[in-house]
Design a protein around this ligand. Structure first.
Ligand code: HEM
Length: 535
């Protein structure tokens, strides 16, 4: 009934030869042209949406061409670089699209505080992590239970990690490390070259399992447990945020490994109960003797699942940190020598067997770990689901509850505002009087830091600290002290046995591999080692 508009006629006329040309194309080309057309329209609409419909009540959105994919690739290749580039364009708070999810990053000390010390009613970790962690750890622990239960579980572990326990761990770690270097084929002879991250992964699992889970579990790592933990690990890949449920080969192996490892632990728990063993300093024993607030003992399956969670949580972070330390030492043989001299000076020229008390007498040995974690914190992104709209203080922005929040404390740890020459690895900067000392060390007063108890003991709030490699708030790490004892003891023992340098004699270090959830050195990361004494 409506006569065609003259312009429509013109479009039809112009369109006709195009339609004809399209019809003459082979089917494959027709599909390709259609897909390209569809992509063009999608990209066009996506760009127009970003340009025309900016929401003044939400943080700026990082420009991206493709919907869903958003900035996933740029973020995934090098998250810290991505954060720093975006910060220059958009400021401390911005939103980017990560696999279709609106992810709001809030950088700097204020951002760390906003996210990590967020109220339980506002932010939630389990909604993000449970899909990945529950199939690996098992049911009813960590993110597969209410937060109040996790706080109790963290308290059980924290209470178990006493000074007495640490005192017993140091000789265990020294023994494990010494024996490792005797046995390991990579360290045959007087000198050689090795891919050091692989060695540190093994040393970390042997020392952690022996200290935290007892000798019986440790011994099984030479046999079945190493492979089973490897299969569990495969469940911890970023792709499993989406495909955690899929009946894929690695997920099947993950499920089998979870059931097998849990059964191994439950059998040991049963045997220990039957034998009436007492007085061990490992976590298994402490959990067997702990009770929830309501008086319930911890069921065996929960003990087993907590043991898996602890070993996995500690393994990635400590082994990556240990590997970075060794690579940094190889890039600075002068510092490795200084560490050796520090032990001779402070512990005696005969280098007596290392004790827990000795660790406090080795400030450079401690600073090595601090400085390495400043530049190489293994957790680059800490995420929370938003449970209700969250106003950003000092702005008119409100973060809606379909967003994910992302904190990146590593960015403030390499910010020149707090750390002079931030990219320089310089462990001596942690001395108060060093010219590169960070402002937090320089301005340190005797005033107590603000502390808070979320249900697992007092922890510093870290609200204004630019240096938070162990996180902050209710999800803060409970393994910090153990990791420090473990890493300091490993470093002190290695320094007594070896001199390291880069294979090419340079001061370079390898780049970072961000492809798994925890960042780690790109492999192969070879170093040249030489024994101090004849093998
Ligand atoms: C939590 C770092 C070693 C057990 C965390 C968090 C960070 C962290 C940043 C906070 C995660 C979040 O807020 O979502 C590190 C680093 C380590 C280390 C850098 C070593 C250098 C360990 C070890 C253990 C451990 C050895 C176990 C013995 C845990 C646990 C949590 C945690 C249970 C709590 C998770 C939660 O409450 O949601 N760690 N960690 N960590 N870490 Fe560690």
């Amino acid at each position: 009934l409506i006569p065609p508009l003259p312009r429509m006629g013109l479009i039809q006329e112009l369109g006709a030869p195009l339609r004809q040309a399209f019809a003459q194309l082979p089917l494959g080309s027709q599909i390709a042209v259609s897909v390209a057309g569809f992509l063009f329209v999608t990209v066009f609409l996506n760009v127009m949406k970003q340009v025309l419909f900016k929401n003044p009540n939400e943080p700026p959105v990082v420009f991206h061409w493709f919907p869903f994919l958003g900035s996933t690739i740029t973020y995934g290749i090098d998250p810290p670089r991505f954060f720093k580039d975006c910060r220059k364009k958009y400021g401390d708070c911005f939103t980017f699209i990560l696999l279709g999810k609106k992810t709001t990053v809030y950088l700097g000390t204020q951002g760390n505080d906003f996210i990590l010390n967020g109220k339980l009613r506002d932010v939630c970790a389990e909604d993000i992590y449970t899909v990945l962690t529950t199939p690996v750890f098992g049911k009813d622990v960590v993110y597969d239970c209410p937060n109040s239960k996790l706080m109790e579980q963290k308290k059980f572990v924290k209470v178990a990690l006493t000074t007495e326990a640490f005192r017993s761990y140091v000789p265990i770690i020294v023994d494990e490390v010494t024996n490792y270097f005797k046995r390991c084929p990579d360290f045959k002879g007087q000198s050689g070259i090795t891919n050091i991250p692989r060695n540190l992964a093994q040393i970390t699992i042997f020392t952690a399992s022996h200290c935290l889970q007892g000798k019986e579990v440790r011994d099984q790592f030479d046999e079945s447990l190493a492979d089973l933990y490897h299969d569990l690990d495969m469940g911890f890949t970023p792709i499993n945020f989406i495909l955690h449920w899929a009946p894929l080969p690695w997920n099947k192996r993950r499920d089998h490994a979870q059931q097998t490892v849990a059964k191994i632990y439950m059998d040991i728990i049963k045997r220990r109960r039957e034998s009436g063993e007492t007085g061990a300093q490992d976590i298994m024993w402490h959990l067997m003797n702990s009770k929830y607030k309501d008086g319930r003992p911890i069921p065996d399956h929960e003990i087993a699942h907590m043991l898996i969670a602890l070993l996995m949580a500690g393994q990635h972070s400590s082994s990556s940190t240990g590997a970075w330390i060794m690579l940094r030492l190889a890039s600075r043989p002068d510092i490795m020598e200084e560490l050796y001299q520090e032990q001779i000076r402070n512990l005696g020229p005969d280098l007596p067997p290392l004790t827990y008390e000795d660790l406090a007498k080795l400030p450079l040995n401690q600073a090595i770990i601090k400085e390495t974690l400043r530049l190489h914190a293994p957790i680059h992104s800490i995420m929370r689901a938003v449970k209700q709209p969250m106003p950003v203080p000092g702005t008119k922005w409100v973060i809606p509850n379909d967003h994910v929040l992302l904190a990146a404390p590593g960015v403030s740890a390499s910010d020149p505002e707090y750390f002079p020459e931030p990219d320089l690895w310089e462990p001596r900067r942690w001395d108060k009087d060093h010219p590169l000392a960070p402002t937090i060390v320089r301005n340190q007063t005797d005033e107590e830091e603000e502390k808070i108890d979320y249900g697992y003991g007092l922890v510093s709030k870290g609200a204004h600290s630019p240096y938070l490699p162990f996180g902050a708030g209710r999800h803060r790490c409970i393994g910090e002290q153990f990791a420090n004892v473990q890493l300091q003891t490993i470093v002190a023992t290695v320094v007594r046995m070896f001199k390291f340098r880069n294979v090419d004699g340079s001061n370079n270090v390898v780049g970072t591999d961000y492809s798994s959830l925890f960042s780690r050195p790109l492999e192969p990361a070879n170093i040249y080692w030489e024994r101090r004494e004849k093998a």
